[in-house]
Every structure is written in structure tokens, then in C-alpha cells.
Write a protein that binds this ligand. Structure first.
Ligand SMILES: [Zn+2]
Ligand SMILES: [Zn+2]
Length: 320
């Protein structure tokens, strides 16, 4: 049966594209990178445990994950949910690169391909996290999903031709070296193993775990009707994820700089953007209502959540 594929800003299906015709491929370099960080991190825990190492680990984790990954990479570079001067954008994306997941282009592509898959009527198991906890960990942390005929992926020239982003993309793993030297000079191997290896291992595994759960269970205020993959809100992880765990809200309003869209939903990343705005360093901040609602978006109330369950069941049966 012919299924019309949806395109997104950067992803355009071509006539030969088939969204589910692909395979999961083991990526030795990706697995080795994670393994090195886990081993280095465990060495830190066993041989170099100290309060100072723990404090440096916490501080660098918070800065790279919140200002770097959430604000710089995700909300600014990938979604363009606000604007800021280029020098500041470069600093935020640099901090995001220090998370140790990928370079700027790699992050955009991984995010947008997953998003593109999740917007189709049928989504393959890998981009939808449709596996048990441990199998999905292996898939996401050690493998990639390769389509036989992938869609066209075109990044905007302002990013593609940015020399700093090209440099970060080519050297994203080596970007750990300068902070590692500084940490060694200040606190020895203990600081290096905690604030580089353990931090990267926790960031990568934590990022996967939140993504895994946020596509399976949690609270829902909105659904995108007609799609088999939905996002869920994980309120108890809002503090640790700097607001990224309001993933159901993100599926509903992907353009919004604010992820904790309801009153009382803690969203530290958004608070950082508000502070930047106060300093005149963030403008055009997009909110949920800054764009028309995406097609099929339905607000869930206790009354119609049951309707949603049967809707999901119908989709499952249809897709089998
Ligand atoms: Zn998602
Ligand atoms: Zn996103």
C-alpha cells in the first residue's frame, strides 16, 4: 500500500524513500566511545571519589546539559525557538558539544531524522524506542538505524557553512581535551575521570533513558491524533533534565522555547532563556501559541483520555 510520507523543515522524502525499509547497524566507534567513558567513570568512582570531584562533576554536567544541550543545541540550533547573537549561539552550542553526544550537525541530523520518523503513520522500532529497556539501550547507545533509501536531508546554509560549527563537527570528541587538561592541572586524574568520563557516561545513558521512558509512559496533556508514537511528560525528572522531560508538551509544540508549558511545570532551560532575554541576549522567543497547532493535536481531558486509548489500539491493529 502506498503511504504518503510527511516532510519536515530539513527532511524531504524523495520518490524512492520508504520510511520503514532499513536496518539497525552496530556502530563500533559509538560503542567504544561510550565504553571508554563508562570505564573511565567507574575508575573515578572507585579510585578517586572525593567531594571536590563530585562538585566539579555536578557543575560541569549542569552547565553542559542545561545551557549547552537543552538551550543551545535543542531549543536554539535545532528548533530555532528563539534568537540570540551569533557569538552567544556559538558559546551555547560549544557547551552542548561538550556533552559528548555528537557535533552540531550530527545532533541536528539525529534529532530531525527521529522526529521525521515519529511524524509518519508507521514508525520503525528503532526511532520509536519500540523495544524493552535493555534492547533499546543497545540500539540507541551502540547502533544506528539506516534506511535503504533515506529522504533528502538539507541543513540551512547558515549552519552548514558556519566555520565554527564545521570545526566542532570535525573535532567533537577532541573537544574534551582542553577542559580535560585544565581539570588535570587543577585537580589531577580524579577531576578528569569524574568531570569528563563519568559526566559523559551519565549524560549519554541519562539522555537515552529519558528518551526511552518519555515515548512509553508518563502523563499526557496532549496527543497528536493519528500517529503511533506519542510523547509523555515525566514531571519527576523535570529538575534533573532542566525541563526536557516535558516531552509530551514538546511533541505538541515542537517550535516552543518553553517546554514546561503549564503553570507550575519546572523548566530551567526556559528560565535561562528568560534571563538571556532580560539581558537583551534572547529575542523572538516562541511560545506554544506562536504558531498554529500542528495537525491532529488534541487536548486530553479526563473525559477523552479513554477515547485516546481505543484510538491507539485501532492504530496498532491497523499497523499490524
Ligand atoms: Zn519524541
Ligand atoms: Zn526537539
Amino acid at each position: 500500500m502506498f503511504v504518503k510520507l510527511i516532510g519536515t523543515d530539513r527532511v524531504s522524502p524523495n520518490p524512492s524513500t520508504h520510511a520503514t525499509d532499513g536496518r539497525i547497524v552496530f556502530e563500533p566507534a559509538k560503542a567504544f566511545w561510550l565504553l571508554s567513558m563508562v570505564v573511565g567513570g567507574i575508575a573515578g568512582l572507585v579510585y578517586y571519589a572525593s567531594w571536590s570531584a563530585f562538585a566539579v562533576f555536578l557543575m560541569l554536567s549542569a552547565v553542559t546539559l542545561c545551557a549547552g544541550h537543552s538551550v543551545g543545541m535543542h531549543r536554539l540550533l535545532i528548533h530555532r525557538s528563539f534568537r540570540s547573537p551569533l557569538w552567544l549561539e556559538h558559546i551555547l552550542v560549544y557547551l552542548g558539544t561538550l556533552v559528548g553526544m555528537a557535533g552540531p550537525m550530527g545532533m541536528i541530523k539525529a534529532h530531525d531524522m527521529r522526529d521525521w520518523h515519529q511524524r509518519q503513520i508507521t514508525c520503525p522500532p528503532h526511532p520509536s524506542h519500540d523495544a524493552g529497556f535493555f534492547l533499546d539501550a543497545y540500539w540507541q547507545l551502540c547502533c544506528s538505524f539506516r534506511l535503504r533509501n533515506p529522504p533528502d536531508f538539507v541543513m540551512e546554509p547558515s549552519i552548514q557553512n558556519d566555520r565554527f560549527y564545521r570545526f566542532l563537527e570535525a573535532t567533537w570528541k577532541a573537544q574534551q581535551i582542553p577542559p580535560a587538561i585544565a581539570l588535570y592541572a587543577l585537580g589531577g586524574w580524579g577531576w578528569v575521570s569524574w568531570a569528563i568520563c563519568l559526566r559523559i557516561a551519565v549524560s549519554l545513558i541519562g539522555h537515552w533513558a529519558v528518551g526511552h521512558i518519555a515515548h512509553k509512559r508518563g502523563e499526557q496533556a496532549w496527543i497528536v491524533s493519528g500517529l503511533p508514537v506519542q510523547g509523555y511528560n515525566l514531571p519527576r525528572l523535570a529538575f534533573l533534565t532542566f525541563g526536557e522531560s516535558w516531552h509530551g508538551n514538546h511533541h505538541a509544540f515542537p517550535h516552543s522555547a518553553r517546554l514546561g508549558v503549564e503553570t507550575g511545570q519546572l523548566d530551567t532551560g526556559y528560565l535561562v532563556i528568560r534571563v538571556l532575554a532580560h539581558l537583551g541576549l534572547a529575542t523572538d522567543i516562541r511560545e506554544p501559541d506562536s504558531e498554529p497547532h500542528r495537525e491532529g493535536l488534541v487536548k486530553l481531558t479526563p473525559g477523552n483520555s479513554r477515547g485516546f486509548q481505543s484510538h491507539r489500539l485501532n492504530l496498532k491493529i491497523k499497523n499490524q
